[in-house]
Design a binder for this molecule. Sequence first.
Ligand code: FAD
Length: 315
Amino acid sequence: MHVTDHLAKARGPLYSFEIVPPPRGRSIKDIIDVVEKLQPLEPPWIDVTSHSSSAHYREKHDGSIERKTFRKRPGTLGICGIIQNRFRIDTVAHILCLGFSREETEDALIEMNFLGIHNALALRGDAPNYQKPTRKDRTENQYACDLVQQISDMKGGKFLEDLEGSQPLDYCVGIAGYPEKHFEAASLKVDIQNLKKKVDAGAQYIVTQMFYDNDKYFRYVEACRAAGITVPIIPGLKILRSAGQLKTLPKAFHIDLPDALVDEVHENPTHAAEIGKRWTLKQCEELLNKGVPALHYYVLNDSDHVVDVVKKLKK
Ligand code: FAD
């Protein structure tokens, strides 16, 4: 089922999750264990991130977030296929512009369709520090709006070259939004104008970057609506796990942390995980009270805290 169908048919709040493929050479078992823990929460869908030959985020044992730009985590589509077939949970495959040619993207989208994966989150990604040799006969999507357009073309049966008897393919397309502005954008207004380009190219819903101050999300939704963006805007949430993340989260994701959260963790750093869970729980309760369509959790590969929070919300 499409993400938008889940949203349309929901009778209560939806809880979705985002997981990261294991590093190259590691077993798939870790990811299966995470999905087994998430399954009882009845997620309507699970997102699986994608990584070019560079950018990836790692949550270390001490909870700090490390951003590395050279190690590849392959397997996004394979993991989506396993989750859908083994757990009967719909998946959203993240598809990137940077690091992939449009031809490779077309191949990946065809493969998704064959595997029965009909949801894609279209993202630009961040510039790889490893540059593939450029081939003159291949092109790259520059911005996520270009990728959304490529997917919309395929939904209309239009491929990179004219193919006799080509069939329209079936995808629901999501995109990323930034309540605190994308770090490269000159202003939030400009960023929202660029967000609108993605929606105009065919994006059907938005998932936000993580935020720790709900007012920023509410103001962002208001500004998007004023700019003529009508698609659902799903809040993205990440539970703070350690005192170290007070530094690594803002650095890796270009977000601000509220003074009250920072002060509480500084006063009691050994209880950072408990404080983080309580903070997110409070955020979720307010978001649900204000009628958000769904809550999306950045799990990375640590599901225990997320499971605790969602279990409390579902009581
Ligand atoms: P875009 O929408 O292309 O925007 C990038 C910048 O360019 C913005 O500043 C925007 O204002 C500007 N811009 C956009 N369109 C135009 C235009 N037409 N003309 C001029 N300027 C323009 N990264 C990964 O590597 N893998 C993942 O799986 C992944 N998943 C993510 C999931 C979510 C929900 C989020 C919020 C982020 C994710 N990211 C992931 C990170 C993301 O790739 C980066 O934040 C990246 O820097 C921007 O991606 P985007 O799709 O928002 O880019």
